[in-house]
Ligand binder design. Structure first.
Ligand code: SF4
Ligand code: SF4
Length: 285
């Protein structure tokens, strides 16, 4: 699904070790849950509006319990990435990630495109061809947004009103599939530190948009994401970051970066399908 160093289990392992997640550091084995080439998964039945079954990595479905460690940060398509998104994408094999992106299609604003070709080098599906201008083959575009994130001219866009709610709903349904079978044997820990505007999957790291806050723990993925958003929004936004507006405490920080995405919609939909509740009580320790 991704270009760079996450093609297969060996690449993932090397990437993890380079980032400090080695056996000697974490004192536990590192297992890539969807197998050597990402095709070891199980169909899990759910009763969703988009899916009646989702594809979950077998290392997840075979596990007895799960601890979901999440770095909360912004995301170009989802608005923000929290525990729900981590479950959805992190527990899905490549075909499951594509299921979630399915239907999203990147488009090129030709009046802005200057034909630099950078997007073509970043597309994991070779869906872009550039001569004078970028042209996207819609039959093989999976809407991963890699091109959108690298275009220096902001010439690539999505149909946000149509595509984003559908993408968020699909992610929530995949999360529901990922937690099936665990009953309550899941702990969520979310880190509210280095809250960058972009997802960790991009090849750069930008300045945080708010100061470091700490971490949250919960047994409910919807509650912990709701609390994370509320707490982040109470912060004063950092100047000099890519936060364009909404610097005041109480204002929505992630729409201050990604103005076209209301990522909080995933909380509403996740609650509706029974993934968890938006109600929470904050206990400070
Ligand atoms: S990166 Fe942007 S400007 Fe460059 S070719 Fe692609 S769409 Fe055009
Ligand atoms: S969104 Fe862009 S980078 Fe991703 S598959 Fe489509 S054309 Fe390629």
């Amino acid at each position: 699904m991704y270009i760079g160093s996450r093609h297969n289990a060996a690449d993932h392992l090397i990437t993890a070790i380079r980032h400090g997640f080695a056996y000697a550091v974490v004192d536990c084995p590192l297992i890539i849950a969807d197998g050597l080439k990402g095709n070891d998964y199980q169909e899990v039945s759910i009763d969703g509006g988009h899916f009646k079954s989702v594809r979950i990595a077998r290392g997840i479905t075979d596990a007895d319990a799960m601890v979901v460690l999440t770095h909360v940060k912004g995301h170009a398509l989802a608005g923000f990435g929290g525990a729900i998104k981590n479950l959805a994408m992190g527990c899905a094999p490549p075909v499951g990630k594509r299921d979630q992106h399915q239907g999203m299609q990147a488009e090129v604003n030709e009046s802005l495109c200057e034909g630099c070709g950078y997007c073509e080098t970043q597309c994991p599906f070779s869906a872009i061809h550039v001569e004078d201008k970028a042209v996207i083959d819609r039959s093989i575009c999976y809407g991963c947004s890699a091109c959108l994130q690298v275009c220096p001219r902001h010439a690539i866009y999505f149909n946000w009103e149509r595509d984003v709610p559908r993408f968020l709903e699909r992610m929530a349904e995949y999360s529901l599939g990922a937690v099936q079978g665990f009953k309550r044997k899941i702990l969520y820990i979310s880190f509210l530190t280095d809250i960058t505007p972009d997802c960790d999957c991009v090849t750069w790291s930008d300045s945080p948009i708010v100061p470091d806050i700490g971490f949250l723990a919960s047994a409910d993925p919807v509650a912990i994401d709701t609390a994370a958003l509320d707490i982040i929004n109470q912060e004063r936004g950092l100047t000099g970051s890519s936060l364009q507006c909404h610097h005041e405490p109480g204002e929505d920080k992630f729409t201050g970066v990604w103005g076209y995405v209301d990522g909080s919609y995933i909380l509403e939909y996740a609650e509706k399908i029974g993934l968890g509740t938006r109600s929470y009580t904050l206990v400070e320790i």
